[in-house]
Design a protein around this ligand. Structure first.
Ligand SMILES: Nc1ncnc2c1ncn2[C@@H]1O[C@H](COP(=O)(O)OP(=O)(O)OP(=O)(O)O)[C@@H](O)[C@H]1O
Length: 301
């Protein structure tokens, strides 16, 4: 069964802001990454799924329930982590978690306890005294504790330190293993690259591409900016068999792109020369997608 089905959804805020004719399908048991730069329309799409806003046209369903007309039915099966959590500040984390459980009629707090331990959270503090990361952990407990079939997570690792981010990835793997359907938004490719079965990219309110994991997992290129000490080394490097993306004589700098299987070759080439610095450049989201679509597929618009 399709877990989340978005068909031709449009929410136009004017001035080209909003989402326009968005269609996406997330199948049962699938982890789906929703990627896009700031302001691209990720939260707007998610707010429509939650039934918070009415689309001007199109339709979204979760487990075949209409997101706008049947949000209560959906709630029973849904865990939601908002991008910006607005908690009542005068409660402690424990009170809030208990309150959220009561609202859901949840008796069994075993999973909540397990999550609190996993994320090393002390929920006894007042929420207004909590750091952003601690609040995020409380949000994660509330989103996952009732073991929902569907999870919608809006920028879930915001505020988490690297250790906690990797715990979060572990949690996603556990939930996926149990057959949960997960929609996860992010503006960081690396964040969802390792967890998602599919990734959709949204830009200026439109879906510009959808990729399956077998496509993006095979994309392993690295880009390095290398600075040489001496002109002859800088010049001779250009005769080596590497893709030079940029050559700057003034600074004796080259930008080299290599496939992961050619890394050793690059190291050998550099060992012969006097290098003053080498820096790996992270691909931007768009670079990843643009590279992927170069040559192979042409549905990039
Ligand atoms: N209620 C609203 N009224 C008017 N414009 C809005 C409203 N909500 C969102 N927008 C605009 O719609 C666009 C999409 O916003 P949205 O919050 O969906 O982006 P996002 O992809 O979630 O971004 P971010 O990564 O920054 O959270 C933005 O230009 C935003 O300013």
């Amino acid at each position: 069964m399709t877990a989340i089905n978005i068909q031709h959804l449009t929410k136009d805020y004017g001035n080209n802001k909003g989402i326009f004719d968005i269609s996406l399908k997330i199948e049962e048991g699938e982890v789906f990454g929703f990627l896009g730069p700031n302001g691209a329309g990720k939260t707007t799409t998610i707010r429509n799924l939650l039934g918070f806003t009415k689309p001007q046209s199109g339709k979204a369903t979760i487990l075949n329930f209409d997101c706008w007309k049947q949000p209560k039915e959906i709630q029973k099966h849904l865990g939601y982590l908002p991008a910006e959590i607005a908690f009542p500040e005068n409660m402690t984390g424990t009170q809030l978690i208990k309150h959220a459980a009561k609202m859901r009629g949840l008796q069994d707090m075993a999973k909540a306890k397990q999550l609190i331990e996993m994320f090393d959270l002390d929920p006894s503090a007042l929420i207004k005294r909590m750091s952003k990361g601690m609040k995020q952990k409380v949000g994660i407990v509330c989103a996952f504790m009732h073991d929902p079939q569907i999870l919608i997570l809006d920028e879930p690792t915001t505020g988490l330190d690297p250790l906690m981010q990797s715990k979060f990835v572990e949690l996603i793997h556990q939930e996926k293993h149990k057959g949960k359907s997960i929609l996860m938004s992010s503006h960081l490719f690396e964040e969802i690259e390792g967890t998602c079965d599919s990734i959709a990219m949204i830009k200026q309110g439109k879906i510009i591409s959808v990729m399956q994991s077998q496509d993006f997992k095979h994309f392993d290129k690295y880009t390095f900016t290398i600075t040489f000490q001496k002109l002859p080394d800088f010049e001779s490097m250009q005769t080596e068999n590497f893709v030079m993306k940029k050559i700057t004589k003034d600074t004796l700098q080259v930008v080299v792109e290599v496939d992961d299987f050619k890394i050793n070759e690059l190291i050998r080439a550099l060992a012969k020369r006097d290098v003053t610095s080498i820096r790996e450049m992270k691909y931007s989201l768009e670079d990843y997608f643009m590279n992927f679509y170069k040559g192979e597929k042409h549905d990039y618009v």
